[in-house]
Design a protein around this ligand. Structure first.
Ligand code: LLP
Length: 420
């Protein structure tokens, strides 16, 4: 179902008018639909039914505890990459034993906190990290359950900036070294090797690279088991893409078939870490036009959201669909605008020569597919307070992260002692 819809020319999130919400919270803001998240989760779990495949939501996509809780209430665990994300997941009410800790540079402090909480698994990425985790666990008198994250050297055929499974990426342990490293580590008292993991990249629209990666994972897992390792599970990572052009998303049934043909026959419980595919289409970012400007070759719509609020276009040249909050009477796209923010950089551009109906100051516009890597990647660049987040369910909405006041923003700063 579509949860951002027009009713009599007005954009709604579920049963609520976006214009009404923006009167209360001001602009810019992110607006999530709870039903859209729940539906994405249901579609995934339906597709993977019967594969013994558990879902650990990669909270880096949107780590607001309210969003994590929506998915936790559906049955998802969490995939985290920092001590901060662990605290956000715990704040959402997730039990530690449904949390997996990934990431290439976990610190000893983060490891100790996660161990003390009793998390399900650490996905480790280097021999040095294994040694560090072992010593932290021994100091605490605990054993750390680990999965070795393997770098399968597969091209995910996605944007190079979000590719992670090639040999020259910083992620994972080379597949050819994995067994040797595992054998060397098997004497360590503070760790227990429970599984193997892969994650080859993000925003995959072509699912075939998974087939190669999962085949390599399955063959490595077989070698491990032949050598006497008791694997408890395999972690298949995340990365299934979404349709930023609002067209057809990758087919989850096709993904499930690849899992069924490659890793499922081993008979091991499976895990996955989707982020974007669960929340990406479940939010819009709403912004107000401040000015329009006709220059010699272009027209600009200067809006109150900027690259600090949604950085994906500036960082990856990502294209988010833009729609008006009040459809114009003619609804004809008779104008073309560059949508730009107030930040003092030319990369502060959301779209170039984008066909749109006539815009005027105070008009509201919505950026689609903003639920993943949107609000979480926001910053205070140019002295702009962090953008707030709102969750809608039916005809109710709730602010799930407030817009900080300027006082809030200034609170952590101080002049140096010699400047006072
Ligand atoms: N697991 C691991 C180990 C990851 O590194 C990631 C994403 C995921 C799971 C979740 O991947 P997803 O299902 O969301 O594709 N900021 C970029 C995306 C960075 C993805 C980083 N890792 C963007 O805005 O496109």
């Amino acid at each position: 179902m579509e949860y951002f819809n027009y009713r009599n020319g007005e954009l709604f999130a579920e049963e609520l008018s976006i214009a009404e919400i923006s009167k209360t919270v001001g602009t810019p803001f992110y607006c999530y639909s709870q039903s859209a998240i729940e539906e994405a989760y249901q579609q995934l779990t339906t597709a993977i039914q019967g594969l013994d495949l558990s879902v650990f939501y990669a909270i880096k996509a949107s780590s607001n505890p309210a969003i994590i809780k929506v998915l936790a209430d559906q049955g998802a665990g969490a995939d985290i990459v920092s001590g901060g994300e662990l605290r956000l997941a715990l704040a959402a009410g997730l039990p530690a034993n449904k949390i997996v800790f990934a990431g290439v540079g976990k610190t000893r402090d983060e490891m100790a906190f996660a161990l003390a909480q009793g998390i399900l698994q650490f996905n480790v990425e280097s021999p040095q990290e294994i040694e560090a985790l072992n010593s932290v666990a021994e100091e605490l008198g605990l054993v750390a359950p680990i999965a070795l994250r393997i770098n399968p050297d597969v091209d995910a055929k996605t944007d190079a900036r979000i590719t992670t499974g090639k040999a020259d990426n910083k992620f994972g342990i080379d597949a050819k070294d994995a067994l040797t490293i595992a054998k060397q580590s098997s004497e360590l008292k503070g760790i227990r090797i429970d599984g193997l993991a892969v994650h080859i990249g993000s925003q995959l629209l072509d699912l075939e690279p998974y087939r190669e990666a999962y085949k390599r994972l399955a063959s490595l897992a077989t070698n491990f088991m032949n050598e006497g390792f008791k694997l408890h599970h395999l972690d298949l990572g995340g990365g299934v893409g979404i349709a930023y052009d609002l067209g057809q998303a990758p087919d989850l049934n096709a993904y499930a078939s690849i899992v069924k043909e490659t890793v499922h026959p081993l008979g091991l419980p499976l895990m996955m870490e989707p982020g974007r595919s669960l929340v990406g289409q479940a939010a819009i970012m709403v912004s107000e036009v401040i000015y329009t400007k006709d220059a010699t070759t272009k027209s600009f719509a200067i809006i109150d959201a900027a690259m600090n609020d949604l950085i994906r276009p500036a960082l990856y040249q990502a294209k988010h669909a833009i729609k008006p909050v009040h459809e114009s009477v003619s609804a004809s796209h008779n104008r073309s605008y560059d949508f730009v923010g107030p930040v003092c950089e030319s990369t502060d551009t959301f779209a170039e020569d984008f066909d749109f109906s006539e815009l005027n100051a105070d008009d509201l516009v919505a950026f689609y597919s903003a639920g993943a890597y949107g609000a979480v990647m926001a910053s205070e660049y140019n002295g702009r307070p962090l953008v707030p987040e709102v969750l809608v369910k039916g005809d109710s909405f709730s602010v799930i992260r407030q817009r900080p006041s300027y006082e809030d923003m200034l609170r952590l700063y101080s002049l140096a002692s010699w400047q006072i």
